[in-house]
Design a protein around this ligand. Structure first.
Ligand code: ARG
Length: 463
């Protein structure tokens, strides 16, 4: 029976049940709903609504149900309940009769669902932070495996300047650090408790909301009942964090996909995380990385979807808000999967160091060095840039690298050039010259790697 049957004489149509019932998806909140009810039972007992004995009986049933929920053993399929809240209440009434009928005193599904969803989001956020840290560890291990390997760095997807492969790894660690802090920041606002706000106006029972909040691990109760039951900012903030996090993962995926092309050939991925073609026997495709890229669509869509759902909603609760769940359930689960598979892919990744190095040596990635060299000889940078461009043209015509031009050829372009130019054009030399903090030189990258390994507890010797 529905929780609101008394006022109705007619039955719900089956299509209405299809559109209105949320149990098929809000069963995801079972553990949190029961957790909230355990705390609520204590709070109303303290307010004199339940006797000690009644509380003990309710707690007994709720804890038993909680264990079943945690084991995934609740039988939702044969339930006629409208939503997870009715499901739990119906169970208590079946087991305890009138005692079960007392639990909802002073509470509404509006403050209940807002509380459940906050508890669920908080659990997910904590798990996602762990996932993000695990991926950072994988990046640090990879950076350590190839600390001094050189790859071409790109702008406009054109070879620009050579960089350490480890510097590339650590760039993604920086993004993940921001992703973690975004979730942590969202958690500070998420961690307030709607319970005790009733349907919209507050509750008449003398509930100790501070104690209740503490009981459920919230920092404090929400301070306006109208806002508390109609606020879904905490979901939006997590969806934005998920979208930004997925966007970062998609860039990682795209880099790996590109490095893995036959044309680049810088990296190979393990058999465990790639697939073949049903037709072309030679193929080994980076599907995991492509799926990370692809799954961005549904995660960004969940953010957009909920923004549109919330737009223009009058205070306070409206049933539109039931549409807050499926998007965030899916988005956070996809984010979790993508973080885990990205770490697995990186653990299998093998860098073809000589091929990457060779590519870094081609494409005139050391042209900026020649310009800087000319600056050191007293030539203004703009002129040096132009002269270096001329040198590149000559080398292009000869189809050779800058350092393959003879001293005489170079001196024709700029007579200031001496034999020492060849040291400057050397790949390792020019990479290591970027020695300020944040640069790709040995000094800053080794230091950054140490710092991150220490922070994450990655043992570099065993990595
Ligand atoms: N299933 C509902 C939701 O997810 C629970 C709240 C129902 N409230 C109501 N007034 N009908 O939003």
């Amino acid at each position: 029976m529905a929780l609101w049957g008394g006022r109705f004489s007619g039955q719900s149509s089956s299509m209405f049940r299809t559109v209105n019932d949320s149990l098929p998806f809000d069963k995801t909140l079972a553990v949190e709903d029961i957790q909230g009810s355990i705390a609520w039972a204590s709070a109303i007992a303290k307010a004199g609504v339940l006797t000690e004995r009644e509380l003990a009986q309710l707690h007994g049933e709720l804890h038993a149900l909680q264990e079943q929920a945690e084991r995934g053993e609740l039988d939702f399929a044969s339930s006629d309940a409208e939503d997870i809240h009715s499901f739990v209440e119906a169970h208590l009434i079946t087991k305890l009769g009138d005692i079960g009928r007392k639990l909802h005193t002073g509470r509404s599904r509006n403050d209940q669902v807002a509380t459940d969803l906050r508890l669920w989001c908080r659990n997910q956020a904590q798990a996602l932070i762990t996932d993000m840290e695990a991926l950072q560890c994988a990046l640090v291990r990879l950076a350590h495996r190839y600390t001094d390997a050189i790859i071409p760095g790109y702008t406009h997807l054109q070879r620009a300047q050579p960089v350490r492969f480890s510097h590339w790894c650590l760039a993604y660690v920086e993004m993940l650090k921001r992703d973690v802090s975004r979730v942590q920041d969202a958690m500070t606002r998420l961690n307030q408790m709607p319970l005790g706000c009733g349907a919209l106006a507050g509750t008449v029972y003398p509930i100790d909301r501070d104690l209740l909040a503490e009981d459920l691990g919230f920092t404090s109760p929400c301070m306006n009942s109208l806002d508390a039951v109609s606020d879904r900012d905490f979901v939006l903030e997590l969806l934005f964090a998920a979208s930004t996090g997925m966007m970062h993962l998609s860039r990682l995926a795209e880099d790996v996909i590109f490095y893995n092309t036959g044309e680049a050939g810088f990296v190979q991925l393990g058999d465990a995380v790639t697939s073949g073609s049903s037709l072309m026997p030679q193929k080994k495709n980076p599907d995991a990385m492509e799926l990370i890229r692809g799954k961005c669509g549904r995660v960004f869509g969940a953010l957009q979807g909920l923004l549109v759902t919330m737009k223009g909603l009058p205070l306070a609760y409206n049933k539109d808000m039931q549409e807050d769940k499926e998007g965030v359930f899916d988005a956070l689960s996809q984010w979790h999967i993508c973080l885990c598979i990205a770490a697995e892919v990186l653990d299998t990744l093998v860098l073809n160091e000589s091929r990457a190095r060779q590519a870094a040596q081609q494409g005139y990635a050391n042209a900026t060095e020649l310009a800087d060299y000319l600056v050191a000889k007293g030539i203004p940078f703009r002129t040096a840039h132009d002269l270096t461009g001329q040198a590149v043209l000559v080398a292009l015509e000869k189809q050779c690298a800058l350092e393959a031009l003879s001293l005489a050829e170079l001196q024709q372009i700029a007579p200031q050039i001496q034999q020492d130019v060849y040291d400057v054009l050397d790949l390792d030399f020019l990479v290591n010259k970027r020695s300020l903090p944040g640069g790709t030189g040995a000094k800053p990258v080794h230091a950054a790697l140490q710092t991150e390994a220490l922070r994450l507890g990655v043992e570099l010797n065993q990595a």
